[in-house]
Write a protein that binds this ligand. Structure first.
Ligand code: CP
Ligand code: NVA
Length: 302
């Protein structure tokens, strides 16, 4: 049976995926396992990291990646997601999809006979969070028992982080405005997984309380792709949630700062924190490559 990665919870073998990513990063694998294989990459939204890391991952694994934007394909002229999935499955070995809607993501997966990888939609960003967990493990030597504080918008990245931390035995506190909480169903699922693992998954409004005792402080943009009309309103609502040196001083002294990027300097994070000693944001970006190689191998070759 094909294996889709639409949600963080589809990575039920997360420890193995992380171990494989580490081995690939350390060069312990021959690395040409995807010779002759092709990946279709559909991007409905902009991307720097995701596009380049998936394309380079396929090249380094001996395969090939094809960039498809709706504007240049028949998707932009009304061919359905379902028919597109049926056609692509006749040519390629897997499809990577960056979508506006999780409903379309699920539809593509339903109609595709090859695996579909979610490269960000309105609900989740599992590839990012796999790379993030790899980064935390590298910097802290472990995941279980650590505390991650996410400060800002309860968006796709926050949703996948809630699941990813709970699945790896990490505590997580989200600090966000009441009207910008993470997805309710995902938060409930994460709380259930966390409770079974004996850790805490909580959503509060106070950023200082959230970062208290945190080993990791994480933030993301206040204005996700597609929300550009709300810039002025969002910048006002989220101002108390800026990650700056003052907020970082309430976390553990050895806390690391993380951001999936792209960052909006002076908004969700100050230059001082982004460029400071605690920041690991570019390690995170690099780890997209290694984490996605592990995901590609797992869905294409098993
Ligand atoms: N973090 C991330 O997914 O970046 P891109 O939008 O540049 O792909
Ligand atoms: N939350 C952001 C993440 C970008 C990588 C967005 O969806 O635009």
């Amino acid at each position: 049976m094909k294996r889709d990665i639409l949600s963080m919870t589809d990575l039920h073998d997360l420890p193995e995926v992380l171990a494989r990513a580490t081995a690939l990063k350390e060069g312990q694998s021959s690395g040409r396992e995807l010779g002759g294989k092709s990946l279709a990459m559909i991007f409905e939204k902009s991307s720097t990291r995701t596009r380049v890391s998936f394309e380079v991952a396929m090249t380094q694994l001996g395969g090939h990646a094809i960039f498809l934007s709706p504007n240049d394909t028949q998707l932009g002229r009304g061919e359905t997601i379902a028919d597109t999935a049926r056609v692509l499955g006749r040519f390629v070995n897997a499809i990577m999809y960056r979508a506006f809607s999780h409903v379309n993501m699920a539809e593509l997966a339903r109609c595709s006979r090859v695996p579909v990888i979610n490269a960000l939609d309105d609900l989740e960003h599992p590839c990012q969070i796999t790379a993030d967990l790899l980064t935390i493990q590298e910097h802290k030597g472990r995941l279980d028992g650590l505390k991650l504080a996410y400060v800002g918008d309860g968006n796709n990245v926050c949703n996948s982080l809630l699941l990813g931390t709970a699945m790896t035995g990490m505590n997580m506190a989200v600090a966000c405005p009441q009207e910008h909480r993470p997805d309710e169903e995902i938060a409930a699922k994460a709380a259930e997984i966390a409770s079974k693992a004996g850790v805490i998954s909580e959503i509060i409004t106070d950023p200082i309380e959230a970062v208290k005792d945190a080993d990791v402080v994480y933030t993301d943009t206040w204005v996700s792709m597609g929300q550009e009309d709300e810039v002025a309103l969002r910048e006002k609502i989220f101002l108390p949630y800026q990650v700056n040196a003052e907020l970082m001083s309430h976390a553990r002294k050895d806390a690391i700062f993380m951001h999936c990027l792209p960052a909006h300097r002076g908004m969700e994070v100050t230059d001082e924190v982004m460029d400071g000693k605690q920041s690991v944001v570019f390690d995170q970006a690099e780890n997209r490559l290694h984490a996605q190689k592990a995901i590609l191998l797992s869905v294409i070759t098993g």
